[in-house]
Design a protein around this ligand. Structure first.
Ligand SMILES: [Zn+2]
Length: 227
């Protein structure tokens, strides 16, 4: 049986907690330093099977701060380098991708995502700072095992979610399964972790996958409609 080491880099929704412009009752507790609440950065996970090569799931705008406080992810040797070998995106929301811009120092890594997510990123030329000759884009087909550095295997699967907020029109298709929102199952030698972001519902297929996981990270999404 293999094992997976996981660092929860952040666990807050988009905007983090407290959110910069929010004075809701819960954010007010955080602003006042109340010990009952803990400020949190935006959701991201680091996963490794061997402790030396790491996979990040999503790159939030808080990524630089998250890396500074995670010794396992610091550069280890030479004058340049990083134990982060792969970034796997589960969507193209602002809080899932903007941390990529902080990884622009010509450091090689693999950028993995569904074809739909890669297509969204390609529409924004600011991400061209991750030069294609340095950062290798890999498209992962849904429901197919995909080998990653460090002895990991990733499998992406559709999750009922919504398109990124900045693409949302009047009627977000929240309940449709699109390749824009995917869950990720990460495996190593029999150990299984499932990460599900922004799920608007749980389907029977998701339930089957969750049943065989050793660890589940699940993020439901809240949504409302205005008429
Ligand atoms: Zn708030």
């Amino acid at each position: 049986m293999g094992y997976l080491r996981t660092i929860v880099l952040g666990s807050a929704a988009g905007g983090g907690f407290p959110q910069w412009n929010c004075r809701c009752p819960v954010c007010q507790l955080a602003w006042s330093g109340d010990q009952r609440v803990k400020p949190r950065t935006q959701a991201s996970l680091a996963i490794s099977a061997n402790g030396g090569e790491w996979l990040l799931i999503n790159a939030s705008p808080d990524l630089p701060e998250q890396l500074r406080r995670s010794p396992a992810l610091h550069p280890r040797s030479g004058t340049r380098g990083s134990p982060i070998k792969t970034i796997l995106l589960t969507g193209a929301e602002i809080d899932q991708v903007t941390g990529l811009l902080s990884l622009r120092e010509r450091e090689p890594f693999m950028l993995c995502a569904s074809a739909a997510t890669h297509a969204l990123i390609r529409t924004n030329s600011v991400f061209d700072v991750l030069a294609p000759d340095v950062v290798e884009r890999q498209t992962i087909d849904l429901d197919q095992p995909y080998p990653l550095p460090g002895g990991l295997v990733a499998e992406l699967f559709a999750v009922p979610g919504k398109v990124p907020l900045y693409l949302e029109g009047e009627n977000p298709e929240t309940l449709s399964e699109t390749a824009g929102t995917v869950g990720a199952e990460i495996r190593s030698d029999g150990a299984r972790l499932v990460y599900i972001p922004g799920a608007a519902a749980i389907t029977p297929r998701m339930r089957t996958r969750l049943q065989r996981a050793d660890v589940v990270f699940f993020d439901g999404t809240l949504f409302g409609t205005t008429r």
